[in-house]
Design a protein around this ligand. Structure first.
Ligand code: C5P
Length: 417
C-alpha cells in the first residue's frame, strides 16, 4: 500500500463562517484550501452573511452555500445530516463567541450548531473577536469546555483589530490556516503509511544527482544528471512508510516532504556519507546517482592559467559507491540503476552480478523521450536471487509512476528474501 503524501486525496472540508469582520479572510481561505486539493463546502450563519454574501463563497467553492436548517429546498439537495457525514473536517473560521457558546452548551437551533452535534468529523475552531470579548470569563469557560469535548482550538493572533483595539483576537491568515489543515491530513496519512505502507519500518538511503569533481578552485567535471529519478523515488519510499535519507549531489530540486537530505559534491564525499548512514542502520540502499567514474588526480590549489594549446589533466578512478556498500558486513537490500545507450539489458544484467546487487533498474538513454532530463522514463528491472535472475518490464510513465512501480518491485523482492 502506498500513500501519496504530496497530495491530499479527496478530503472534504466543511468550512463554517460565522459573523465577524474576519469573514472576508475566509473567502481567501476557500481558495487556499482548494489550491491544496481539498473539496470545500461552505456553511454561513446569519451573522456571517452581514459581512460577506453567500454568492462570494459559492463562486469560490463551486458549491451552493448552506445557510438554513429548515429550508426544504436545501434539505432536498444535501441535507444537514448528509452534510455532517460528508465532512472530513468541520472548520469554523472565524468562530464568533456566540458560536463557541452554542457549541459549549450543545444548542441545535440553527444549521451550524446542528451540524456540530451531527458530525463525527474532527472540529476545529478559529476564534476571532474583540480582545475584550476573547478575554471574557464566559468565552474562556466555553473554550475550555470545547477543548475538553475534543475540539481543536486555533489560537487567535495578537495585533491591531478592526475595532481599533490592540490584543488577542485576530484570525490567523488564510495561508496559515490552510497550511495547518494540510499538515494535519499529511500527518494522518503518514501515520497510516508508517503502519501499513509497503516499506513501513524501513530506512531507505538514496544517492541522487551528479557528482562534481574539482579540477581547481573554480572548475569541475560533472554530468547532466538532474536527480529527478532519485528525488521521485525518495518521495515514493516516504509515501510507502519508509524513513528516507537522500544523499544529493548538486541539483536544483526541492527536497520531498518528510525526506532527510544531505548535500554532497564529490563521489568520495558521497561514499563517506553512505558508509556513515550504513553504520546508523539502513535496510535499502538505492543508487540513482550518476557518479563520475574518474576524478582529477591532483586538484590544483590555484586557478589553472591558460597557457599552451593543449592541457593534460590526469584522472584517477573514483570508488564505486554501490559496489562498496554491497560488500559491507551490514549489507542492506541493494538497488542499482543503469543508463545505457546500447545493449541495454545485457550490460545492466552484467552490472547486477558484478556489483553484487539485489535489483537493477535499467533504461535506454539513447532514446530522447526518456531518461536524464526527461520527466518520463521506461525501465526494465532485473532481480537477483541465489539461483536465478528474473526480469520485470515497467511501462513508459512519469518518473513518479515509475518510482511507485519500483517501490512495489522492491517490496516484492524483499518479501521473497
Ligand atoms: O557502472 P555504472 O556507472 O554504469 O553503474 C551504475 C550504477 O552504479 C548506478 O546505480 C550508480 O548510482 C552506481 N554507481 C556508484 N558509484 C560509482 C559508479 C556508479 O554507486 N562510482
Amino acid at each position: 500500500m502506498s500513500f501519496d503524501l504530496s497530495v491530499i486525496p479527496n478530503k472534504n472540508i466543511l468550512l463554517a463562517v460565522t459573523g465577524g469582520i474576519a469573514a472576508y479572510k475566509s473567502a481567501i481561505l476557500v481558495r487556499r484550501l482548494k489550491d491544496a486539493g481539498f473539496n470545500v463546502r461552505v456553511v454561513m450563519t446569519e451573522g456571517a452573511q452581514a459581512f460577506v454574501t453567500p454568492l462570494t463563497f459559492q463562486a469560490l467553492s463551486g458549491y451552493p452555500v448552506h445557510t438554513e436548517l429548515l429550508n426544504p429546498e436545501a434539505e432536498a439537495g444535501m441535507g444537514h445530516i448528509e452534510l455532517a457525514r460528508w465532512a472530513d473536517l468541520l472548520l469554523v473560521a472565524p468562530a464568533s463567541c456566540d458560536v463557541l457558546a452554542k457549541f459549549a452548551c450543545g444548542l441545535a437551533n440553527d444549521l451550524l450548531s446542528t451540524l456540530y452535534l451531527a458530525t463525527k468529523a474532527p472540529v476545529w475552531v478559529a476564534p476571532a473577536m474583540n480582545q475584550q470579548m476573547w478575554a471574557a470569563k464566559a468565552t474562556q469557560r466555553n473554550l475550555n469546555t470545547l477543548i475538553e469535548d475534543g475540539v481543536h482550538v486555533i489560537m487567535p493572533d495578537a495585533g491591531s483589530q478592526a475595532c481599533g483595539d490592540v490584543g488577542l483576537g485576530r484570525m490567523p491568515e488564510p495561508e496559515d490556516l490552510a497550511h495547518q489543515v494540510t499538515a494535519y491530513f499529511h500527518q494522518a496519512q503518514r501515520e497510516i503509511a508508517e503502519k501499513f505502507g509497503l516499506l513501513a519500518g524501513k530506512h531507505v538511503v538514496i544517492t541522487a544527482g551528479p557528482t562534481r569533481e574539482a579540477i581547481d578552485p573554480v572548475r569541475y567535471i560533472s554530468n547532466h544528471s538532474t536527480g529527478k529519478m532519485g528525488f521521485a523515488l525518495a518521495a515514493a519510499c516516504y509515501a510507502a512508510g519508509a524513513k528516507v535519507t537522500l544523499i544529493a549531489g548538486p541539483v536544483s530540486l526541492d527536497t520531498p516532504n518528510g525526506v532527510a537530505r544531505i548535500n554532497v559534491a564529490s563521489a568520495q564525499k558521497m561514499l563517506e556519507v553512505s558508509l556513515e548512514l550504513l553504520e546508523q542502520g539502513c535496510d535499502i540502499f538505492i543508487a540513482t546517482a550518476a557518479v563520475a567514474d574518474y576524478r582529477v588526480a591532483k586538484v590544483a590549489e590555484h586557478k589553472i592559467k591558460k597557457s599552451g594549446d593543449e592541457l593534460q589533466i590526469a584522472l584517477i578512478k573514483n570508488p564505486d559507491i554501490v559496489a562498496t556498500i554491497a560488500q559491507q558486513e551490514k549489507r542492506p537490500f541493494m538497488v542499482g540503476f543503469a543508463a545505457e545507450t546500447h545493449n541495454v539489458e545485457e550490460y545492466a544484467a552484467g552490472k547486477l552480478v558484478a556489483k553484487k546487487l539485489d535489483m537493477i533498474a535499467c533504461n535506454d538513454v539513447s532514446r530522447s523521450d526518456i531518461g536524464f532530463a526527461s520527466d518520463e522514463n521506461a525501465m526494465t528491472v532485473f532481480f537477483a536471487d541465489a539461483y536465478h535472475m528474473s526480469k520485470r518490464d515497467l511501462d513508459k510513465a512519469s518518473k513518479q509512476e515509475i518510482a511507485q512501480q519500483l517501490v512495489e518491485a522492491m517490496h516484492d523482492a524483499l518479501s521473497k528474501k
